[in-house]
Write a protein that binds this ligand. Sequence first.
Ligand code: HEM
Length: 662
Amino acid sequence: MCLLAVYVPQDSGEDFRLVGCGSVLSGKSVPSHGTGLQPLCFLDLRNRIHILNRSVGKKYPVTLVQIFRHTSTEGRMLHYVLTALGIILFLVVAVFRAVFSYNWTWLCRRADCKKIDKIPGPKPIPFFGNMFLFILPEEELSKLFLRLYKEYAPTFRLWVMGFPEVFITDPEDVESLAGQVTCKLRLSAGDLEQHQSHYKEFRLRFASSLAGNRSAHQCWQVNLLKAAILNPLQAVQSIGPVGERSLGRPRGRWDKLKVGYNENVRLLAGLQQAQALMTGCNGLRGSYKESNKWQGRRKFLTPAFHFKILEEYLKVFNTNSQILVEKLGAQVGESFVDITSYVSMCTLDLICETAMGVQIHSQTDGEAEYIKAVKRMAKVVVKRQFTPWLHKDCIYYSSPLGREELRLLQILHGFSDQVMSRGALCVSGYSFDLSKRRRLAFLDLLIEISEQEGLLSGADIREEVDTFMFEGHDTTSMGISWAMYLLGSHPEVQEKVVEELKGIFGDSDREATYGDLQQMKYLERVIKEALRLFPSVPAFSRCLEVDVKIKNYTIPAGTQLPILPFLMHRNPEVFPNPEDFNPDNFLPERVQNRHPFAYIPFSAGPRNCIGQRFAMLEEKVVLSSVLRRLRLESLDKREEVPLLLELILRPQNGIRIKISPR
Ligand code: HEM
């Protein structure tokens, strides 16, 4: 922070007013000029400036406002000059920001703009579009989307700085974009004739930032900046969220930014290719240039989620759940715990051991730096998306935020490197024959593939490791935390779950087996209902490469189509009283008549979540272990838990739960 002059409030009780001029830097002394007063030490502590009078060793917290309110005449003059300079600077930055973040290409596409404008949505203002809707506190974003959804569903559009966004929420339409065969058909006869259907999928999640992939990044811009999304996505994180991840230095990677994939694949070349096209260009980790690369990798990674392997993981699930139970049990008598931090450490330990074959003991050894870095990274990514002048790399990486991202990347990459090197030691001598029923860590599989077929380089493996570390711990961590919150707010549902567990386990304290988990039908409905109200991945996105008809609208190529399970799961026609927590929404007879794309916490179609069975088993083991021993009581009502629509849907201030023994 830089300040030209600092005045101490006169009512501070000390004998000085103007105390110094110069730069105020964290912890550095600044000489005073022209005041004849002693130099002071200025400590910039984020929001407040502390002025330390060395002679008396006393610290005065002073805000800038206070500083100028108590100034002398020359101080007031200085104040006016600074204010004028500030306004000029603001205008320059605003223009700069507008020019750099504006998507000029659509200006030349008047006909396409008209097509977009036929879709209902809030009235855009020239140049800025609907951008000002998104100038709001971060916790208000989810409410804004709910308002837009109520007003304009099923299809609505937004313009943000020249980017069109068309939100589709009708399951039929979502199926046509994220689904498989129907999607092919829905590309319309004209597209089929041309044999050139080009769909791109941008994964809006955390890794998009990890990788520095331009397409993913643009996706974020489009989706998050415009607020829509997330990150996602992950950005629609994804914000955010998932995305392009080549885990090298972000700066040098712009060439790879192109979320590429096979641009000219023809539909008639076969269903497989068509599927890959429809579902996007990013692979499991997001940086594949060609859809068939994603397809190949998905194919050989799928065995890692074979049910026999998942069964092997049960021991790890149980052991780590028991540690969580003990940790939470130690909090009995405390007024509350923030459940999210306990659960995150548990799921991180779980994913490291199951997928990577290494134990990191974050539950017993304290919150891993990695988790803090993951959380902070999600914020950094979103902040960048909402700060258009930071979209250009050259500016971003010289800003404090960009430097912070690089620092966080070092932590994240350092962690996965560590996991990989330890994991590599563990894997030697493993067999990959399923019939031998040996524990098959995901990393083992990657190493095997790279050794046998030379398909994966070291960097490829790290990308996959990072993807799974992130996908596999933060998503389930929030899934479990939200389920605990809802159970703690609905004691009658919690008791029903406990009854079910008593029916399975009786008084025994044995560990859950695969068979036990299959019997936990009611708990499964609870988990699904929790993911309905609070989908861990609240949004993802598709980008059209050809014009497509949706409803009565023609949506031109190049348009982003964010898909928000967070909104779709609140469709009153599909889920009556959508805000109510009602596990019976997932009774078999209700599910039977529901459109398969009406409930999509794990996405749907060929690019759906590869880890969904893993996630479901993990959630069941953790929740059943906790509920068998402890009673949960949520202290906050729904309206008191502000939501952050980031890569992952999180509570802004954690989740307060009171723990008591059963
Ligand atoms: C409650 C838990 C989870 C939820 C809600 C969830 C949700 C999702 C969603 C919505 C997608 C698609 C995103 C998009 O289209 O951009 C996805 C993809 C993915 N998920 Fe999950 N996930 C969960 C747990 C997991 C776990 C435990 C793993 C790994 C162990 C995992 C690994 C992946 C991978 C690798 C992909 C990319 C798949 C591909 O592109 O083919 N997920 N997940």
